[in-house]
Design a binder for this molecule. Structure first.
Ligand code: ADP
Length: 985
């Protein structure tokens, strides 16, 4: 029953030894043990079987322990060493120490204990005090021991524990007992140890050191461990646990010495199934934990190296000692003398530990996975980038993209509203997370593109110089004084206030009067960027408010597009054709436009795509419309309407001379000295070709003339260059033409051109001296035959024909109203109406018929004309849309002229609606009508009295030379139209 001498060098890290007692230190403990005893009865047959099955694979392990006479590995030791991977051969250890003094069967145990810790000083590596000293008295003889307080955990039999002894008396006593070859003391756990808080833990330790005698005794748990003093180095004492003790009484106070009882485990049945099962469970739990926890593995390694014996009670102690159970639970295990209960307690602690180690493992795993996953991703991404670069398919790579966006917003970051900046930042983060190939990535990229490119808070410096602005406006447009005046007012207000507010100006008038071009000119005068968009026929609200980003191909609305394209937040936006706004199938474009234009709302305009509000309050809106009536009322309410009526001939001449000709000439590359259009030609062009209110057609005609002149000049130049034989017959004709009318085309033949001069010089010189003259006589050569025949059909209107004045979206015009008798006969009275009249005009005709009849009854009661004549009223001029309340009095006059068989006064035109009682109602478009009347060489005009003010406001040159009468009752018109002969008489 003998082991063999063991010369053991143990290297234990501080962690293994003390669960944190010896920090940053390594202890070398030399153990020299002889006669290690190993009791056969430590193993139950089942245990053996269990472990040998797993141990059979570890054939290389040197048999080191003998059970009885044959060297047999401890099966549990095998099992555990297999797990810990500890290989005795590779390690420096050939033998194990066994400290246990607590065998399970009686006398054998006594013998074992007697020899357990005999030391052999010769075999130790050094002669220092760290060697285990051989002891004379057997441990079980120690009935009076020094009581050492252990602060953190109880000392379990078979385990090392370093403690610090501050009390010199105690230390001396310990040294003394070592010297007396009885190196034993009792280690007792303090009832409440130092708190976890590190700063106060030193205080607590200090307190423990100060405790003496009874006081200290009261603080100690009764049950402790008999500890062999393995070494003393300074104040550090290394204890090795032996067996359980219980304090019975105090012997002396300083140092605290107590009498103890040695505790023995309750007897138990080795073959008890429950105990066996519990211990197996402990072992298997231990195995599981060992797989995961390296800390435990170290413990097992150390333990198996030195103890190597696992009886049931020892197994329980081992489990409790190495797991992280708290002091109270550990003390509970120490105090438990029932082996089964102790195993159960340990099992509980270990299971808990295992759960913790599982959690720990999963935490570690998750973190590791995350790190390695990210690294992998990064690597792959880098590779992908490199591949893409190599293949030349490198698209916008994410970081470059966000760098681009960041760079964009950087210069005026402080001007960007906070809510927008926040969205931009959120989207930038999102961009980083999205897969570059995903559709959402594209959506986000486009969105960011829009968000970052808008001119947040970036305003162009406004011009508040009234004189300068006036100059610019005059430069671009002739006349239009009210528009210009209004713009100058706007500038003046801006100057006084220091800032200019966005406003809505609505320019209304017929086509070609310069609404759009004045808009552009205003922008120039104000030094604002110009943006134009037409809402004619617009039916989709999304055009104004944008699509939601979720739609495929979603786009922001026009206003956001505008801001992007102009790059300033205070442009002038021209909304064209606002009167032709379409009807939306989904949503009302007019309301959307209202939101855009309304100064109350547009400081926080929300575009569906952009999803952040933008400030449009600094934008100057200018709308254009042909007819005010067609503008939705809520919109009209918020506008300041300036109407441009159209131009009279005189104005047109100016416009043509000073503006249109210049641009046309420039556009065609003709020099001013090369051409001359006479006043007569221009007048004829205006009167006979371009009678409409605006000047667009006039502009076209002038451009046409200049194009033809350009061709002519080039051809003539070519003729001069080429030798005579090569002349194209057609060109020859033109040359001949030119020759025939020298007053129109002055072509001064260059006498040197035919000579041997260099061609280029000849050509320039030749073109320089040519001059094309355009006069009334050759105007038709350039613009064709006049399209307008005389609007005045009659020199003197016959009976039943009267000239009316109409006003349409194309401007003012004159039109004849004709009436004739279809048949006569008693009771045949009636009225036919033709001329594509609208409902209003048809009703006007009926009313006119009634009123005329009434007047006739008053003037010539015996006249039965209306009663007996079937009449036909016709309004010619087929192309003019004819509906509106202003032809009433013209119709009555026409009917009365027929009834009285008297023609109306020469060169008379009239306009106005009549009620059934003969009152005249006001009309619209006084200026347009006046201009139209002038064009038709009308001398006398009759307007409703209510329109007198409108007429008075007209420019002098429009009113000049006209005989205008204002009437409020039809009687007056009757007199004016038919009473002339009386006046003349
Ligand atoms: P609108 O928008 O009213 O239909 P535009 O603005 O397109 O008309 O004008 C047509 C052309 O007539 C433009 O080239 C413009 O320069 C010219 N024009 C119109 N009115 C004037 C004016 N008062 N002075 C100079 N040019 C004019």
């Amino acid at each position: 029953m003998k082991g063999f001498d063991t010369n053991l060098r143990l290297q234990a890290s501080s962690r293994e030894l003390s669960n944190g007692f010896l920090h940053k230190r390594q202890n070398f403990i030399n153990l020299n043990l002889r006669n290690c005893y190993y009791p056969r009865s430590s193993f139950s047959p089942t245990m053996l079987k269990l472990f040998t099955s797993s141990a059979s694979r570890v054939q290389h392990l040197t048999p080191a322990i003998r059970v009885g006479s044959s060297p047999v590995e401890s099966p549990l030791f095998k099992a555990l060493s297999q797990i810990t991977g500890w290989n005795r051969r590779s390690g420096s250890l050939g033998h194990r120490a066994f400290f246990c003094s607590e065998p399970t069967d009686g006398e054998a145990a006594a013998e074992a204990e007697a020899k357990a810790v005999e030391s052999d000083s010769e075999g130790s590596d050094s002669k220092s005090s760290s060697a285990i000293v051989s002891t004379n008295p057997r441990p079980e003889d120690c009935l009076t021991v020094l009581a050492l307080p252990v602060p953190h955990r109880p000392l379990f039999p078979g385990f090392y524990m370093p403690i610090y002894v501050k009390d010199p008396k105690v230390l001396a006593a310990l040294q003394e007992s070592r010297r007396r070859q009885a190196p034993y003391a009792g280690a007792f756990l303090l009832k409440d140890g130092p708190s976890a808080d590190s700063s106060s833990s030193t205080d607590a330790e200090k307190n423990i050191n100060e405790l003496k005698g009874k006081e200290l005794l009261n603080r100690l748990h009764e049950v402790g461990t008999l500890a062999q003093i393995s070494s003393i180095q300074g104040d550090q004492v290394i204890l090795v646990g032996h067996r359980r003790l219980r304090i019975t009484e105090m012997v002396s106070e300083e140092p605290l010495t107590v009498k103890v009882d040695h505790l023995k485990d309750n007897p138990f049945d080795m073959d008890d199934d429950v105990i066996k099962a519990t211990s197996f469970e402990v072992i298997s739990t231990l195995r599981d934990v060992l797989k995961t926890s390296s800390l435990w593995r170290d413990h097992v390694q150390t333990y198996t190296q030195h103890i190597g014996d696992f009886t049931y009670p020892r197994l329980a102690d081992f489990g409790a000692a190495i797991c992280g159970a708290n002091r109270h639970q550990a003390q509970e295990v120490l105090e438990e003398l029932d082996v089964h209960k102790r195993l159960r307690l340990t099992l509980e602690l270990m299971k808990k530990e295992m759960e913790i180690s599982k959690i720990q493992e999963s935490i570690a795993k998750a973190i590791e996975e995350k790190i390695s996953g990210e690294q992998r991703r990064y690597l792959l991404n880098e590779q992908l980038k490199a591949i893409k670069k190599e293949l030349g398919v490198e698209t916008d790579d994410k970081s470059a993209l966000s760098a681009k966006f960041k760079e964009r917003i950087e210069p005026n970051k402080e001007k960007i509203p906070a809510h927008v900046l926040q969205v931009i930042e959120e989207e930038l983060t999102k961009l980083q997370l999205l897969e570059a190939s995903s559709s959402e990535f594209n959506v986000t990229r486009n969105y960011l593109d829009w968000l970052t490119i808008l001119p947040w808070g970036n305003y162009s410096d406004e011009n508040f110089d009234v004189v300068g602005a006036q100059k610019i406006l005059d430069e671009d447009h002739y006349g239009l004084s009210d528009v210009k005046e209004r713009i100058l007012e706007f500038i003046a207000v801006g100057r006084l206030r220091g800032t200019s507010q966005g406003k809505i100006i609505c320019l209304s008038g017929p086509p070609g009067v310069g609404k759009t071009s004045i808009g552009r000119s205003i922008a120039r005068a104000l030094n604002r960027k110009f943006f134009r968009f037409s809402v004619g026929g617009l039916g989709d609200v999304a055009e104004i408010k944008g699509h939601r980003r979720t739609y495929v191909g979603a786009m922001p609305g026009k206003m956001v597009q505008c801001l992007k394209s102009v790059g300033t937040a205070n442009p002038l936006v021209l909304i064209d054709e606002i009167d032709k706004l379409g009807r939306g199938h989904a949503g009302d474009p007019a309301s959307a436009l209202l939101e855009l234009l309304d100064p109350e709302q547009n400081a926080n305009f929300l575009d569906h795509y952009l999803d952040v509000t933008i400030d449009l309050s600094k934008v100057l809106f200018v709308c254009t419309a042909n007819v005010i009536d067609m503008i939705p009322n809520p919109l009209l309410d918020r506008m300041e309407v300036i109407s441009i009526a159209g131009y009279i001939t005189d104005e047109k001449v100016h416009i043509a001379r000073d503006y249109l000709e210049k641009t046309a000439r420039g556009d065609c590359g003709v020099k001013p000295e090369q051409v001359e259009v006479s006043d007569a030609a221009l007048l004829s062009l205006i009167e006979n070709y371009c009678r409409e209110a605006g000047v667009r057609n006039l502009q076209k005609q002038i451009e046409k003339i200049y194009r033809k002149i350009a061709l002519k000049l080039v051809r003539e130049g070519a003729v001069a260059e080429e030798p005579a034989v090569a002349i194209d017959p057609e060109e020859a004709e033109i040359v001949a033409d030119v020759g025939e009318s020298p007053e129109n085309h002055t072509v001064e033949e260059n006498p040197v051109s035919s000579a041997e001069e260099p061609k280029e010089a000849a050509q320039t010189e030749k073109i320089a001296i040519e001059k094309v003259m355009i006069d009334e006589s050759n105007l038709a050569d350039y613009v064709g035959k006049p399209v307008f025949h005389e609007e005045k059909l009659y020199e003197q209107t016959p009976v039943g024909v009267v000239m009316g004045l109409a006003w349409t979206s194309m401007g003012g015009s004159t039109l004849y109203i004709e009436t004739t008798v279809v048949e006569e006969g008693e009771g045949k009275g009636g009225l036919n109406i033709t001329g594509q009249l609208g409902d209003v005009m048809k009703e006007s005709a009926q009313i006119a018929h009634t009123v005329a009849r009434k007047i006739m009854l008053e003037k010539e009661p015996e006249n039965q004309f209306f009663a007996n004549s079937k009449l036909h009223l016709h309004v010619p001029a087929g192309a003019t849309p004819k509906d509106g309340p202003s032809a009433g009095c013209t119709m009555i006059t026409s009917l009365l002229s027929l009834a009285t068989k008297k023609p109306v006064r020469k060169d008379l035109a009239m306009t106005g609606e009549v009620t059934l009682t003969g009152r005249i109602l006001p009309i619209g478009g006084v200026k347009e009508k006046t201009i139209a009347a002038r064009r038709s060489q009308i001398k006398t005009i009759i307007f409703p009295e209510a329109n007198r003010r409108d007429f008075d406001e007209l420019a002098e040159n429009v009113k000049e030379g006209l005989d205008v009468h204002f009437v409020d009752d039809y009687g007056k018109i009757f007199e004016l139209a038919f009473g002339y002969d009386k006046q003349e008489d």
